[in-house]
Write a protein that binds this ligand. Structure first.
Ligand SMILES: *[C@@H]1O[C@H](CO)[C@@H](O)[C@H](O)[C@H]1NC(C)=O
Ligand SMILES: *[C@@H]1O[C@H](CO)[C@@H](O)[C@H](O)[C@H]1NC(C)=O
Ligand SMILES: *[C@@H]1O[C@H](CO)[C@@H](O)[C@H](O)[C@H]1NC(C)=O
Length: 448
């Protein structure tokens, strides 16, 4: 009796200050569950940061009460045990920060991290489920949170061995809407030129709110280069939202407020919002979990040390060269640096030759103009076919990510040509011919 009297006010205080959702995991009073898909689209140690961002996102959702079974993680998983990792079995998303790898579920690893599996996860693909793979099982009221981090190009995001177009991503989202796989959906996207994945394509009336690290014509930036780990640990936009979520009560912060905070922190690119922007008045907690928790210790601010994502491989090598006292090692690194530069020069001149050949076929009149302008991508479906042709006949952009830097020239050609199905088919053949002349078998291993 006595202890009940003491307990009662405590219980009362708890339930008054904590939303019901907290005691029920992700189940809110509105009867929705939170489901999440977290994807790192890269592999290899120079891209450490994408898997670090995704692991951190997993910790954010778990810390805020999203049940592990509702989170699907796709990450190559070649970082924690990488021979270059000085902290085996650990991944950090900030200098002196906590290990974000511990406890992360890995539902798709290695070559399973591919565009088809990502689309299958979104569509709740029955064949994948039959093979025992996790796919979205969300229903008409549920809230879905998608976070993707990798390299990008106009209308493209990368995977370790492939690419995925804006056309396919948005079709999958529309499929999810038509098949009542969510009540509300939020998509956070980190990639270069990521605004182009949703601009002129994502409908604004299907309860989807998307934010991107950059607009449609600019790079995104890595941050937190760590000399000992030898690579940037995060990306500026991603770290901005992740640390914002770490340090806020997500039942009190709206998506709009988080976006404003992220814009303030993302100094080198211009984060964008797309889709149904009225959703931004909802609490972040409705997508990232509503359990209140003690604030995560935020490491003391280091210089963010921002690097254009496209230059990261060069900057990493240059810093290693500057750091080493071993002349033999410096020579090896210097050679690698020169190979990278040569690969980039080769690619740039090849793209010019390809455009020049396409102009000679009548698809353009001024090579310089095609190379130096950036037309907004409108015909995503036609561009998607051109990008796939480039991927299959010219250069694997998943592996040779630097090629993404030049994909805008094909967006320009698509937008200036107003193709019909038959002229598009001819163009694709001509593109393949031009690539055979100028890229294939010219030793492009160095293009990263
Ligand atoms: C990393 O190494 C540890 C210890 O050898 C091992 O238990 C773990 O399975 C490895 N993880 C991966 C992803 O290879
Ligand atoms: C594009 O082609 C269609 C069909 O051939 C035509 O009706 C339309 O006017 C063209 N648009 C432009 C901007 O040239
Ligand atoms: C995109 O181009 C295709 C031909 O490749 C054409 O059929 C379609 O109408 C175009 N779509 C838009 C939105 O312009």
């Amino acid at each position: 009796m006595f202890s009940f009297l003491i307990l009662f006010p405590i219980l009362f205080t708890l339930s008054a200050s904590t939303p019901l959702a907290a005691s029920l995991g992700s189940k809110s009073t509105d009867g929705y569950n939170i489901h999440a898909v977290l994807v790192a689209g890269s592999n290899t140690y120079i891209n450490y940061r994408h898997q670090a961002d995704v692991c951190h996102a997993y910790q954010v959702l778990r810390n805020h009460g999203v049940p592990a079974e509702n989170i699907i993680v796709m990450m190559y998983d070649d970082i924690a045990n990488n021979t270059e990792n000085p902290y085996p079995g650990k991944i950090f998303n900030a200098p002196n920060g906590p290990d974000v790898y511990a406890g992360v579920s890995k539902d798709y690893i290695g070559d399973e991290v591919n565009p088809d599996n990502f689309l299958g996860v979104l569509r709740g693909d029955k064949d994948l489920a039959a093979k025992g793979k996790k796919v979205l099982t969300s229903g008409p009221n549920d809230h879905v949170f998608i976070y993707f981090a990798d390299h990008g190009a106009p209308g493209l995001i990368g995977f370790p061995n492939g690419i995925l177009s804006s056309d396919y991503v948005n079709k999958a989202l529309v499929y999810m809407h038509n098949n009542k796989m969510y009540g509300k959906l939020t998509f956070y996207l980190e990639a270069c030129e990521s605004g182009s994945m949703f601009e002129n394509i994502l409908p604004d009336n299907i309860n989807i709110y998307a934010t991107t690290a950059a607009n449609s014509v600019e790079s995104s930036y890595s941050c937190y280069y760590d000399p000992k780990i030898g690579t940037p640990l995060g990306d500026q936009f991603s770290v901005a939202w992740l640390e914002d979520s770490d340090s806020h009560d997500l039942t009190k912060e709206t998506l709009a407020k988080q976006f404003q905070d992220v814009v303030k922190q993302t100094t080198m690119s211009h984060p964008q919002q797309f889709g149904q922007k009225s959703l931004a008045s909802l609490e972040v907690g409705q997508f990232q979990g509503e359990k209140s928790k003690s604030k995560i210790h935020i490491p003391k601010r280091h210089s963010r040390d921002l690097i254009n994502a496209r230059d990261v491989p060069l900057v990493i090598l240059r810093r290693k060269i500057d750091r080493t006292n071993d002349a033999a090692e410096a020579a090896v690194l210097e050679k690698r640096f020169e190979t990278l530069i040569a690969g980039r020069r080769f690619l740039e001149s090849s793209i010019k030759k390809i455009v020049s050949q396409l102009c000679s076929y009548g698809y353009c009149s001024d090579v310089k103009r095609v190379m130096s302008t950036r037309q907004p991508l409108i015909n995503h479906s036609t561009y998607s076919k051109v990008a796939e042709k480039f991927q299959s006949s010219c250069l694997n952009l998943g592996v040779h990510t630097h090629g993404m830097k030049f994909m805008y020239v094909f967006a320009n050609l698509v937008e200036s040509n107003n193709f019909t199905q038959s002229t598009l088919d001819l163009f694709l053949e001509d593109l393949e011919r031009a690539c055979n002349n100028h890229i294939v078998n010219h030793g492009f291993e160095a293009i990263i």
